[in-house]
Design a protein around this ligand. Structure first.
Ligand code: SF4
Length: 210
């Protein structure tokens, strides 16, 4: 049995464990700390075109089934978990080629739109390394719009950044302290815009009675 085949048994262990940080929360925090707070602390979520397209892409990828072609073995929708970092999340695709195992994350967008993609792949790799007891040097992001598979170098700098992000998100979960909304270009694509109203919030902060 290959290492990736062995991972299939982890399908049984798909319960979201208490006090574990969802890998998706790291992604959301990197996008916008206020959005992360709204989703994971306040329990708010709204769909828009981008979230629906993203969910639809992941559903399609997860439903494609596992594959075994010559020296390539693929498993999809595996739950990954790290006791060391208190992390949990569902992978899109794990591949094994010539004894090398690595995660592949699917994105609806194109490379460069959001820099949090590498961080998400790194978090998946940290889980996989602990589950398999071996080092993983690289992962990949597949961008559906451009049909590009981009390598993610799991170097020390990215690992440090990911581990620091886990600590920051854990602190957010533990304190529940709301980071203030900060209006940026990202707000235009944010499904929580109508709840957050970041420009109104900014005006209120600046408002002074005379
Ligand atoms: S509208 Fe902007 S500030 Fe508000 S949650 Fe979305 S990205 Fe963050």
């Amino acid at each position: 049995m290959t290492e990736v085949e062995n991972l299939e048994f982890r399908r049984l262990n798909s319960e979201l464990e208490e006090n574990f940080i969802p890998i998706a929360a790291l992604n959301q925090f990197s996008y916008c700390p206020h959005r992360c707070w709204r989703m994971f602390c306040a329990g708010e979520f709204e769909e828009n075109q981008y979230t629906i397209e993203g969910t639809s892409l992941h559903d399609r990828v997860h439903a494609m089934g596992d594959g075994n072609r010559e020296d390539l073995y693929q498993v999809r929708a595996i739950w990954l978990r790290s006791q060391k970092y208190g992390l949990i999340g569902k992978s899109d695709l794990i591949e094994e080629v010539d004894g090398r195992v690595y995660p592949v994350e699917y994105k609806r967008s194109h490379k460069g739109e959001f820099e949090n993609d590498a961080l998400q792949v790194c978090a998946q790799a940290l889980c996989l390394e602990e589950m398999l007891g071996k080092s993983i040097a690289e992962g990949f992001v597949y961008y559906a719009q451009s049909h590009q598979r981009v390598v993610v170098d799991l170097n020390e700098e990215l690992r440090k950044e990911t581990i620091e992000m886990i600590a920051v998100v854990r602190s957010l979960f533990e304190t529940g302290t709301m980071p203030l909304p900060v209006y940026s270009a990202r707000c235009k694509g944010c499904s929580l815009y109508s709840k957050c109203l970041p420009q109104a919030a900014k005006k209120l902060v600046n408002y002074r009675e005379v």
